[in-house]
Design a binder for this molecule. Structure first.
Ligand SMILES: [Zn+2]
Length: 315
């Protein structure tokens, strides 16, 4: 009797355990399913961090109207790729891609088509052909050196330094108005350069409302700098501007000026950090300068979107 009772209890307990086990298993399965679904729905997409290197294969954007050109698809794809990915050192410092220089290249080859478009590749091939380069429409380091040389040799300072000449410092300088200096800074230029600067700024503001909208645009943050002041700053602060200050800065001529063309968030307007230079290359102010500063006798140092030299007088 006792044993029978005990056996009966045992059976009941084992049934209850089985039942509980089944319930627990179902609940666990359900939980697993819910978790799976939840994690799928909310799985973060693999987004590149801002400023991270772009993916291996760069997708080409659709060509805008007027920039479609039959036969140039492969060249356009190659340009889309090296525009963002090519590691090189065109100015002695390793950088990636040539997007920062795209406005200058577009101007040299005479096209407004985006650098990764068929239209750009076709225009670039025509330019290559004119310069006895292989007309494949693809921007490579050799091509870029040609473009760079073409732009750089318009700068008198570059021509002089190639001959080992450092020009004398300006013997006459004029003060710019305080509203012409960046944040009210007092700057000086050679009188002819200051007049040319004023004509250019008036035209820029009249021609592009986006430039006129920000009074900082095209203000001067560095003009004439005396060689002795540069040398002193180099010695005292260790600020040698890549030793150019100490050696032979174009700013000694009173013909060179650093203009505000915008700044990437977190960077000062004269930062040569690659993200800042890339940002500047896309601002309306820089784009206007690339297209129009030549009308007023100004040329750009391609590595520094802010540095412009007036060619109206000899250094
Ligand atoms: Zn400068």
């Amino acid at each position: 009797m006792r044993r029978a009772f005990a056996a009966g209890v045992m059976v009941k307990v084992s049934n209850a355990l089985k039942f509980l086990g089944a319930v627990a298993a179902s609940v666990a399965l359900l939980l697993l399913l819910v978790l799976r679904v939840t994690s799928c729905a909310h799985a973060p997409r693999q987004q590149p961090a801002p400023g991270a290197t772009p993916p291996e294969v760069v997708e080409r954007r659709p060509d805008p109207p007027g920039c479609v050109s039959a036969g140039w698809t492969a060249a356009a794809q190659a340009n889309a790729q090296n525009l963002k990915r090519q590691a090189w050192a065109p100015f002695g410092r390793t950088e990636v891609g040539w997007e920062t220089y795209a406005p200058l290249l577009q101007r040299e080859v005479g096209t407004a088509c985006p650098p990764d478009s068929e239209g750009f590749a076709a225009a670039f091939a025509a330019w290559q052909d004119e310069h006895n380069l292989s007309p494949d429409g693809v921007v490579d380091e050799t091509d870029f050196q040609f473009v760079k040389t073409a732009i750089q040799t318009r700068r008198d300072m570059v021509k002089l330094s190639a001959q080992g000449i450092c020009p004398e410092t300006a013997d006459e300088i004029a003060a710019a108005r305080t509203d012409e200096g960046y944040m009210g800074k007092q700057v000086h230029l050679r009188p002819g350069a200051l007049q040319a600067y004023r004509r250019m700024v008036a035209a820029a503001r009249a021609e592009d409302p986006e430039i006129a909208a920000d009074p900082r645009n095209l203000t001067i943050f560095s003009g004439y700098r005396s060689p002795s002041a540069d040398a002193a700053r180099c010695a005292q602060e260790g600020n040698c501007d890549g030793v150019r200050r100490a050696r032979c800065s174009p700013h000694r001529t009173g013909l060179a000026m650093d203009l505000y063309v915008g700044q990437a968030p977190g960077y000062p307007p004269d930062s040569s950090a690659d993200p800042n230079r890339l940002f500047m290359s896309k601002t309306p102010t820089y784009r206007w300068l690339v297209a129009n500063a030549g009308r007023f006798g100004f040329v750009n140092y391609p590595f520094e979107p802010w540095h412009w030299e007036w060619t109206g007088e000899q250094p």
